[in-house]
Design a protein around this ligand. Structure first.
Ligand code: MRU
Length: 374
């Protein structure tokens, strides 16, 4: 993705300093573009927990690089011990997005085959790179599949603008490149299809207003930021043609955990007969979970994120108090949208029904990991 016409990914190693992980610090966006260097497992863990980096795909890739950093600093005789400890630390940072645990487990599996520390360092570095490349490539393919949905609506509207509503940031900042929910939108825009995006601000941290709006603007995609409560009204008045969101964890039955507020958009979409699609790379499926409401762990974050709001004031990024100082606040990070409200899933292998049958038709090799297997 381009920022001021320079191509960036959200995470990378510089050739001259391969022991240092570079990330875009998303806390300062959209007002400042800051690159942060991460050199220790603790720094990587803090970057994930405090959301310098965020979004399902990117926290998976960051955790993978965290495991590489752990191998670099491990005692030669205790490399696997160091990796297991780092894995536990990293997995505890954010519980909902399954990509994080998936990336840690993948690193532990490959590292366990290394004969010595040098090999473990090489193998974890290569695997982190492979996870990042795969993430970007899967998102690109989500775009290639998802664009057909937008194309069809555009044709039905005789080329008039297709209005798409999205929630939170499931854009390239949430992945390594392209994004999940945004990938079909970027692909449509690049093909010359008229699109316009309604961007939910996404309280409390405003990932929509701060990040999705900034990304879309950098790519030249027409968009409008709306308060979180506006979507239902727009849908009732024919101003939304399609909803596309991302996912942080999707059960093999099609229940979707995504940023808090997604469920309400799905309810409104169903009431108004508007297609509600969820875009996700396969690293976001949890092949062990059947019932999203009962099984997906929902992260609860500090109430301060609800009580305070951040913005630019006279050239400086500031936080201000919104609520009465003494009013407590609760901060659930995610909610679960049941499969029955999801029109379909857009994956790197194609579009499928949000059901075990639909998902396993695209990923038959995963059937053995599910509870459906005999
Ligand atoms: O808390 P965040 O910002 O890490 O939440 C993750 C998200 O960005 C959204 O839930 C997104 O729609 C899915 S992740 C691509």
């Amino acid at each position: 993705m381009k920022i001021n016409n320079i191509h960036y990914r959200t995470i990378w190693l510089e050739e001259a300093t391969p022991n240092v992980v570079q990330v875009i610090d998303q806390r300062s966006l959209p007002h400042e573009f800051v690159i942060e260097s991460l050199t220790t497992v603790d720094e990587v863990a803090i970057a994930i927990k405090d959301m310098h980096v965020r979004g399902a795909g990117l926290i998976g890739a960051t955790a993978a690089y965290g495991m590489y950093v752990a191998a670099l600093h491990a005692d030669v005789d205790y490399v696997m011990d160091a990796l297991k400890t780092a894995g536990e630390v990293l997995k505890m940072t954010r519980p909902t997005a399954v990509n994080l645990a998936w990336a840690v487990e993948r690193q532990l599996a490959v590292a366990s085959m290394a004969a010595n520390k040098d090999e473990a360092v090489r193998i974890t570095r290569e695997t982190a790179g492979a996870i990042a490349n795969e993430d970007a490539d899967f998102c690109r393919r989500i775009g290639a599949h998802g664009v057909s949905l937008i194309e069809k609506i555009s044709q039905a509207k005789s080329g008039n603008t297709v209005n798409i509503l999205t929630h939170c940031n499931a854009g390239w900042l949430a992945f390594v490149d392209y994004g999940s929910a945004t990938a079909p939108i970027y692909a449509a825009h690049d093909q010359g299809i008229n699109v316009h995006v309604w961007v939910d601000e996404t309280r409390p941290r405003n990932q929509g207003a701060r990040l999705t709006a900034w990304e879309l603007g950098q790519h030249g995609v027409p968009h409008t930021v709306i308060a979180d409560n506006v979507g239902g009204h727009l849908m009732q008045h024919g101003l939304v043609d399609l909803v596309i969101t991302g996912s942080d964890r999707t059960t093999y039955t099609g229940d979707v955990a995504n940023k808090i507020g997604t469920y309400l958009k799905a309810l409104a979409a169903q009431d108004n007969g508007i297609p509600f699609y969820v875009a996700l790379p396969s690293s976001t499926f949890d092949w062990t979970m059947q019932d999203g409401l009962k099984e997906i762990p929902i992260e609860q974050r500090h109430g301060g994120e609800v009580q305070y709001i951040q913005g630019l004031h006279e050239g400086t990024i500031k936080k201000v108090l919104l609520t009465p100082q003494t009013s407590p606040a609760v901060n659930y990070g995610f909610d679960v949208t049941p499969a029955r409200l999801v029109t379909g899933l857009i994956t790197e292998r194609g579009i499928c029904d949000a059901s075990a049958a639909g998902i396993l038709k695209l990923y038959p090799e995963k059937a053995a990991q599910t509870k459906l297997s005999p």
